[in-house]
Write a protein that binds this ligand. Sequence first.
Ligand code: PLP
Ligand code: COI
Length: 358
Amino acid sequence: MTFAVIPHSSPMSPDQRAALLENPGFGRIFTDHMVTLKWTADLGWHDGKVAARAPFQLDPACAVLHYSQEIFEGMKAYRTQDGQITLFRPEENARRFAESADRMAMPRLPENLFLEAVEALVQIDRDWIPDGEGSLYLRPFMFASEAFLGVRPAAEYIFCVIACPVGAYFKGGAKPVTVWVSDSYTRAASGGTGAAKCGGNYAASLIAQAEASRHGCDQVVFLDAAEHRWIEELGGMNIFFVMDDGSLLTPPLGGTILPGITRNSIIALARQAGLTVVEQPYSFESWRADAASGRVRETFACGTAAVVAAIGEVRFEGGSFQIADAGTGPVTSRLRDELVGIQRGTVPDQAGWLHRLR
Ligand code: PLP
Ligand code: COI
């Protein structure tokens, strides 16, 4: 074991925990423990601990506070019907975390250490996994902790994992969402950090997300930075279109969008069901025209937090349009049910995506 376990001296009582788990929302409630691991240029990864969740003490010159050298992951632990605890494709999160680290000039965390850290936290806080529809959202992250104001990759980092019991990401639950297409802000340009899961990408997206909220929308849709024409992804999800010939279309991974693990799983499930999936650029004008003509039958967003959410209405500066009858279409429903079924152990896991905790 790489991580020394120092259990919380006064964890939350079962009654208090049960009250919080009744309506967890998303990202507001945290479990008792956290995992930490340090990296320094001389020692490498060291001082791994599972201990009571507590604030960090940071020097005001801590590099992350100035230059945002930070990356994170988002994944979920589930309790299956037979009472087992599972993670969904956590190896993919470990790999993407290492790739994000490369892009942000941070040290790679070996994938086995990433998995060990996540498992250790889920083990100790297993009573926090909600029953029923909920899950335990895990947030591994790493930041530059060196106190130094020169601009270069830091020489010290902290890796940490925290967890929160969560319900539905969107306040409307499983209802179709409304999205706002931003024509003034973009998320990532060619050569930038769009494919990395770094905090800076989200910082840059917040003004567009706030604009979306002002227009009564749940999420923002970003267009490409060069032409402001090609659909890329949402603030925190990838996007799929279901065409009238039954095929699925999704924007290609070209370095500017996040290579979503849900996106990859949906592509695999759709192909296995005999559907054609094309990864090809699709413009906002085409989406609008195809929604009007009926060529686009369904549109959905997907990601760990939201799982699969139908997009019912699209708003933009000067107008709006609906996707079909603005409900959840049959292809979206089928793919969502299948994915959720695999994650929760009610549908056979043919691809071996579930990682069971011992
Ligand atoms: N795109 C962005 C910008 C995201 O934040 C996320 C969520 O993690 C996704 C896509 C979906 O990725 P995943 O399916 O791996 O959660
Ligand atoms: C996730 O789905 O894990 C994300 O990080 C996206 C965010 C909207 C919570």
